[in-house]
Design a protein around this ligand. Structure first.
Ligand code: C5P
Length: 226
């Protein structure tokens, strides 16, 4: 029906940063407000989808009408994502930390004579690539995000192939992206939707508008497939 083009569909969205513990009081994190991911979850719910939002630590309220799973680390996010499958569409908007501390301590690391601690890092799972490459239960439509500071579309094409997803929504987060105040933590976004068929470059608009346009494009793609 008009206005609820995702009625009867299920959608998974990841949003926010992850926090990777160093010790009980310290962590490594990515800079992410969760605004774009949360806006997508909200827009999808408004379009009638049953939405699960897997969110890292953010200061945003849970979107109404959305089933929200709160996680801290990348490994917790992957587990929550896998628990939410199967879905019709998965959108990975989270800024996942690429590395975690190999052996996070149970006790606070003390300053002292030993000097600064040497943190050994290990790579986190790539949630988008893991889900995209599943043989069983891969969502029919998998959408990743890419924050780039240069060669935005070229890098997005390469990421599409490497991760195995269907679309990459690439945004230019460089200081000269033309968006006052910048994209990170800001309310506007200028994105390119890169698919196997080509590139759609959208004008700079609010993260809410990007979310609504993306949800409309997802609804059209799902309709075409069935
Ligand atoms: O490789 P890069 O971090 O630029 O890729 C960004 C895309 O991959 C985003 O969709 C992000 O949510 C996803 N990602 C992920 N797990 C990671 C790293 C990135 O799901 N460990």
């Amino acid at each position: 029906p008009a206005g609820r083009p995702l009625a009867g569909r299920t959608m998974l969205v990841t949003s926010g940063p992850t926090h990777e513990p160093i010790d009980p009081v310290r962590y490594i994190a990515n800079r992410s407000s969760g605004k774009q991911g949360h806006a997508i979850a909200r827009a999808a719910a408004a379009a009638g989808a049953a939405v699960t939002l897997v969110s890292g630590p953010v200061t945003l309220p849970d979107p109404p009408g959305v089933s929200v799973v709160h996680v801290e680390s990348a490994r917790e996010m992957l587990a929550a994502v896998e628990a939410a499958l199967p879905v019709d569409v998965a959108v990975f908007a989270a800024a996942v930390a690429d590395w975690r501390v190999a052996s996070a301590g149970d006790q606070k690391i003390k300053k002292g004579a030993a000097g600064a601690p040497q943190l050994a890092l290990v790579e986190n799972p790539d949630i988008l690539a893991t889900v995209s490459k599943r043989t069983a239960g891969r969502p029919p439509l998998v959408v990743g995000f890419a924050a780039e500071t240069q060669n935005v579309v070229t890098n997005a094409r390469e990421k599409l192939a490497r991760k195995g997803c269907d679309w990459i929504v690439a945004n230019d987060v460089s200081a000269d992206s033309g968006i006052a105040g910048g994209v990170m933590g800001g309310d506007s976004n200028s994105v390119h939707v890169v698919t196997a068929d080509g590139v759609d470059s959208w004008p700079a608009q609010s993260k809410e508008e990007v979310a609504r346009a993306l949800v409309a494009r997802i609804a059209a793609a799902l309709k075409e497939r069935t």
